[in-house]
Design a binder for this molecule. Structure first.
Ligand code: DON
Length: 577
């Protein structure tokens, strides 16, 4: 029995329930705009912050109250969210940040993604006969890249910060000392990663009580992390990459089979990069370029669908889902074959985001049938022309906007907490291709350009995005959730700018995802009605139902107000002033 027929038989048994659904509006279209709207949406006249952690949003707001700018608030939020969401991000991880200042005509982008340690090599996760070894690139300190978050925050602070770093770190240090009650997502992550956390006494000590994983309501106090934050506050970047913390990272990770050295830590480099730029329906879209794949493929998806009458097809119609997911499918083929760290491999960015290339790809998508895995792989030459993560968005009315995605990769990263420091190391090495054709935690196809090399940065999907209209910021957004990041961001843009939903609706609406491999449409929470699903199946799509994990944090400048929305699927908070 297929999912759709199962659902149909269930619905037949519940005519009253069905009647109520129609009476009060069909929830499969999106979340309802009732109490959630008040809880997850906000407006402000001067500033707005949307993050995945209520305590972190408040830490950012405190910095605005002390007279800081959006960059100061972003730094305070980054440290705070490292404490509040240790399952998703932290000092042992990295990220990307897009920034629009009042002076710069276009956004700037900063890359503080993890780097492969010097001792890394292409076969480090393969078995003796070159076979994949599941788990080796995900669990334990060997899976960690050299962390970049702290270096990134100091780099940005030096250029644009106005308040002292001590002031920006203080809310996080205090939160770590005082602790907070474990909330459902954190409890779920600790439980899901319990077997790995248990292997390391330092991780077990923090996340277990009486031999059991912490539960909702237990208090999480991170004393060692507070001490590390105070060392950073006192000694600057060196308080993390050298001294007690740096030594502990180097010594302890190597004791447990890792390869990060003090030299790797000392040589970590933040990169300022040009964001990728495209246009969509009269707006200028800026997003993160390589080593992220996100920006390129968001632009590619938007380019492919730009001239189709999507509004007429309607949000949630089989035709619009078919078209958008086919555009996603085709973009992910290019991700597999063309993307990697552009400091190491050639990425044909301008060709991939060109309108002509999109036109050719669009011509291959048929109205009534899905492309097979093999068909969607066919490309032809480029046209001849020039070439558990977290996200927060912060905007103020004086022209500053920050959009940043930060991560330690999977839930609890490598699961290895560096003893005495409170720092959990990431497992970002899993974002590399372990070999050509291998798939990672997010089932993404591993391409040749993304093979491991010392100092290289693993390919990412993180897509902090800022959209301008006539030089002024209109919308800024981003989300966690691996490969789904770029498709969730693209859909929110389409919902807001093409389907003309209000921002809450655009964020809350049901989303879907296609990444070519596996060759299926994944429909997220609150799925579309069965009739739409069977229309998609008739077009030849395989449909799978599984939440996408995205938690969009968006802010729009709507003229009179700044409107913020923290995805109602999460536990975050938007606050305006
Ligand atoms: O950089 C990337 O694309 C991944 N490391 C992001 C991981 C992620 O989003 C996990 N999220 N929930």
């Amino acid at each position: 029995m297929t999912f759709s027929s199962k659902l149909l038989s269930l619905l037949k048994k519940a005519p009253l329930w069905l009647g109520l659904l129609f009476l009060f509006g069909c929830p499969s279209k999106s979340y309802k705009k009732t109490k959630s709207y008040k809880k997850y949406g906000a407006t402000g006249k001067r500033s707005m912050i949307s993050t995945q952690g209520p305590l972190s949003t408040k830490a950012g707001q405190l910095i605005f109250k002390k007279g800081g700018n959006a960059v100061d608030a972003a730094i305070a939020v980054s440290f705070a969210i490292s404490v509040e969401r240790p399952q998703s991000t932290g000092l042992g991880g990295g990220g990307f940040l897009l920034l629009k200042t009042p002076e710069s005509p276009t956004p700037l982008s900063f890359d503080f993604r993890e780097m492969a340690p010097n001792k890394s090599h292409q076969k480090m996760f393969l078995g003796p006969s070159g076979e994949e070894q599941k788990g080796k690139s995900i669990n334990g300190p060997l899976s960690a890249g050299v962390p970049g978050l702290v270096a990134g925050l100091f780099h940005i602070h030096k250029k644009f910060g106005t308040l002292p770093m001590e002031t920006l770190i203080e809310p996080a240090a205090k939160m770590a000392e005082e602790g907070f009650p474990v909330y459902p997502h954190l409890a779920r992550a600790i439980k899901a990663r319990a077997s790995v956390l248990k292997k390391y006494p330092s991780s077990k000590k923090l996340f277990f009580k009486n031999g059991e994983p912490l539960k909702v309501g237990d208090r999480l106090i991170q004393e060692d992390l507070a001490k590390t934050l105070r060392l950073i506050s006192h000694f600057g970047k060196k308080g993390f990459y050298g001294g007690f913390v740096g030594n502990q990272i180097a010594i302890e990770n190597q004791k447990e089979g890792g390869i990060i050295s003090l030299e790797d830590l000392a040589n970590y480099k933040v990169k300022e990069r040009k964001p990728v730029k495209g246009s969509y329906k009269g707006y200028d879209v800026y997003s993160m370029g390589p080593p992220s794949s996100g920006g390129i493929h968001i632009l590619q998806i938007l380019n492919i669908i730009e001239n189709d009458p999507l509004k007429k097809m309607g949000y949630g119609s089989a035709d619009s889902i078919h078209l958008i997911s086919s555009a996603m499918q085709t973009a992910f083929v290019d991700r597999a074959f063309h993307l990697g760290d552009s400091d190491f491999v050639k990425v044909p960015t301008q060709k991939l985001i060109s309108k002509n290339y999109a036109k050719m790809l669009r011509s291959r998508i048929k109205a009534n049938s899905a492309q097979t895995f093999e068909e969607s792989k066919m490309r032809g030459p480029f046209p001849k022309e020039s070439d558990e993560t977290t996200h927060f968005t912060i905007m103020d009315k004086s022209g500053w906007t920050v959009s940043s995605t930060q991560t330690i990769n999977g839930w609890m990263g490598s699961g290895f907490l560096v003893p005495g420091t409170g720092v959990i190391l990431n497992n970002e090495m899993d974002d590399f291709a372990q070999k050509v054709g291998a798939s990672n935690l997010f089932e993404a196809f591993g391409g040749e350009k993304n093979l491991i090399e010392p100092k290289k940065r693993p390919l990412s999907s993180m897509s902090p995005t800022i959209i301008l209209k006539d030089g002024k910021v209109k919308l800024a957004l981003g989300t966690p959730s691996g490969t789904r990041i770029l498709t969730c961001v693209a859909q929110t843009i389409i919902n807001y700018l093409t389907f003309e939903m209000d921002l809450y609706e655009a964020v809350a609406a049901t989303r879907f995802h296609h990444q070519w491999s596996p060759n299926e449409i994944r429909v997220g929470s609150n799925p579309f009605p069965t009739s739409i699903i069977s229309d998609l199946e008739k077009k030849g799509h395989k449909v799978k139902f599984k939440p996408l994990g995205c938690k969009i944090q968006a802010i729009a400048d709507e003229g009179a107000v700044l409107r913020g929305v923290s995805d109602p699927r999460g536990e975050g908070l938007s606050l305006g002033e």
